[in-house]
Design a protein around this ligand. Structure first.
Ligand code: AMP
Ligand code: ZN
Length: 136
C-alpha cells in the first residue's frame, strides 16, 4: 500500500524518476541524492512502512539479504574499503523521510566521512539498571 504524498512511495513505484540500481516486485534500490560517500544507496520497499517497527518480519529479512548482495556488488565494483549499513527511526534518530529505508554506504580509506558518536561513560550500576529495563 502506498501513502499519499510520500516521496519514497512515488520513487519506489517509479512515479518519480530516480537512479535505480536494483528493482524487484517488492523493492527498488536507488542512489541517494545527498550521498555520504560514492555509491551511497537506499533500499526502498514499494509498500509504505514508516519505519522499522512497521516493517513486516518477512520484509525485514529480505532487506538484510538484499543489503548483503548489493553490498558485495558495491565493494567489488567500486573498490570500497568498508561498508556501513544504517537505518534511522524517528526524528530524534535522524530520520528525515518517514518511509522505511536502509542506507547502504560504501566507505573508502580517504572519504573523510564520520558516522560515529561520542562514547558515554556509564557506571556498572547504570548499565545494570538499563539491563533490567530492557532485558528481553
Ligand atoms: P534519513 O535521514 O535516514 O531519513 O535519510 C533520508 C535520505 O534520503 C538522505 O540521505 C537524503 O539524502 C535522501 N533523499 C531524500 N530525498 C531523496 C530523493 N528524492 N532521492 C534520493 N535520495 C533522497
Ligand atoms: Zn511511502
Amino acid at each position: 500500500m502506498q501513502e499519499e504524498n510520500c516521496i519514497f512511495c512515488k520513487i519506489a513505484n517509479g512515479e518519480i524518476p530516480s537512479k535505480s540500481i536494483y528493482e524487484d516486485e517488492e523493492f527498488r534500490v536507488i542512489l541517494d541524492l545527498g550521498p555520504a560517500a560514492k555509491g551511497h544507496a537506499l533500499i526502498l520497499p514499494k509498500s509504505h512502512y514508516a519505519n522499522l517497527f512497521e516493517l513486516p518480519e518477512e520484509t525485514a529479512k529480505k532487506v538484510i539479504v538484499l543489503a548483503k548482495k548489493l553490498g558485495n556488488q558495491m565493494m567489488d565494483k567500486l573498490h570500497a574499503d568498508g561498508f556501513n549499513l544504517m537505518q534511522n527511526n524517528g526524528e530524534a534518530a535522524g530520520q528525515t523521510v518517514f518511509h522505511f529505508h536502509m542506507h547502504l554506504i560504501p566507505r573508502y580509506k580517504d572519504d573523510n566521512q564520520k558516522i560515529q558518536w561520542v562514547p558515554g561513560k556509564p557506571t556498572g550500576e547504570e548499565l545494570e539498571e538499563i539491563q533490567k529495563q530492557i532485558i528481553y
